[in-house]
Write a protein that binds this ligand. Structure first.
Ligand code: AKB
Length: 343
């Protein structure tokens, strides 16, 4: 057998202590890959033990980033660290520092590394449906499934940050120093997925606005009451964590995709649709609706659904489950197992 000449994958995951970090690192561990995790917060033991190294530090600290990247000869970056939409509205300037400055530092370093390694460092970036901003609920219902270039007027700091960083990533990977004489031969390889609300059974989100569905689920599974902070008719696109992780790993592995940024999502559902199904599976918890005006406005500006045809056509993205099947085949069994008493 001829030995492979491809360099060993050396992966950096920022925001490794978060929900996607956990799912991604668990799925990646099966591959022959060196995984370096980074977060400001302590990385849970379950994730830590799957990593070759863990660094605690701030993505806003340029020197720290440089140290980590060069020390591990990183050639693949999953930049998950971010302050999500609701949290970012409480501390918008901090959110800008983390979401924009942190991403900018990392993009610059990855561009420099691509140049010095002589091969393109992959930069995988999760973006969000919060990059969309629809003016009224009537417009939202009429607009239906949005394509990647429609309604790009986010009303949140988080959405604005992500939209700008999508452009920065595109710039560094396609147009970097485009008129300069000594333009680098190897630019970084930026790939971005706009994620919908993501539902995980093993972990709980924090700081997001789409958190109402995971919160509702986890409360009901524990037999607790839950007051949902958006209206019953509030509708956005969704997917499960396993589907999200699979899509992130897939966009990272395919040959150069034609576009830098893709919508993905599995189904569109309202808070009421979820509540009805959750009551069926977990009747002990009482779900009520007590909309919070501020957070409601954020979700109202997000699309009812997203058009994933580019992702389907360009790299074979496929949704695995609709709402009912996702509940039946993943969410309910996995959440029951998660809360099952240990013997
Ligand atoms: C949030 O609610 O902020 C995130 C998102 C939709 O990107 N889950």
């Amino acid at each position: 057998m001829t030995p492979s000449t491809a360099p060993r994958r050396s992966v950096l995951v920022t925001g490794a202590a978060g929900e996607i970090g956990h799912g991604l690192i668990s799925s990646m561990r099966a591959d022959d890959v060196s995984i370096v995790a980074m977060d400001l917060r302590e990385v849970p033991d379950e994730t830590r033990k799957l990593c070759d190294a863990v660094h605690l530090g701030d993505v806003c600290d340029k020197n720290f980033l440089e140290h980590v990247l060069t020390m591990h000869e990183t050639n693949e970056i999953y930049h998950l660290a971010a302050l999500l939409s609701s949290r970012a509205e409480h501390v918008p300037e901090t959110a800008h520092d983390v979401n924009v400055q942190g991403t900018y530092h990392l993009l610059r370093l990855a561009a420099r590394l691509s140049e010095s390694w002589g091969s393109r460092v992959k930069f995988i970036f999760p973006s969000t449906i919060a990059v969309y901003g629809i003016r009224t609920v009537e417009d939202k219902m009429q607009a239906g499934a949005l394509r990647e270039n429609e309604h790009l007027s986010p009303i949140t700091m988080y959405g604005a940050n992500k939209l700008y960083c999508e452009s920065l990533g595109r710039y560094y990977s396609r147009h970097y120093r485009q008129v300069a004489k000594g333009r680098p031969e190897h630019l970084l390889d930026f790939r971005c997925l706009r994620l919908p609300g993501v539902i995980a059974a093993e972990t709980r989100p924090s700081g997001g606005t789409s958190d109402y569905v995971p919160e509702m689920l986890h409360a009901a599974a524990k037999g607790e009451d839950y007051a949902c902070f958006v209206r019953e008719d509030t509708t956005i696109p969704w997917m499960t964590m396993p589907e999200c992780v699979e899509a992130v790993l897939r966009i990272a592995q395919i040959d150069t995709p034609p576009h830098a940024v893709y919508n993905i999502g599995s189904f569109s559902a309202s808070a009421g649709d979820f509540a009805a199904l959750i009551r069926k599976y977990f009747p002990e918890g009482n779900i009520t609706f007590e909309p919070d005006e501020g957070r409601q406005a954020l979700v109202d500006s997000w699309p009812r659904d997203v058009d994933c045809s580019s992702a389907r056509n360009d790299w074979g993205f496929q949704q695995k489950w609709g709402l009912e099947a996702a509940m039946e085949e993943y969410i309910v069994p996995a959440i029951r197992k998660h809360y099952a008493p240990t013997t």
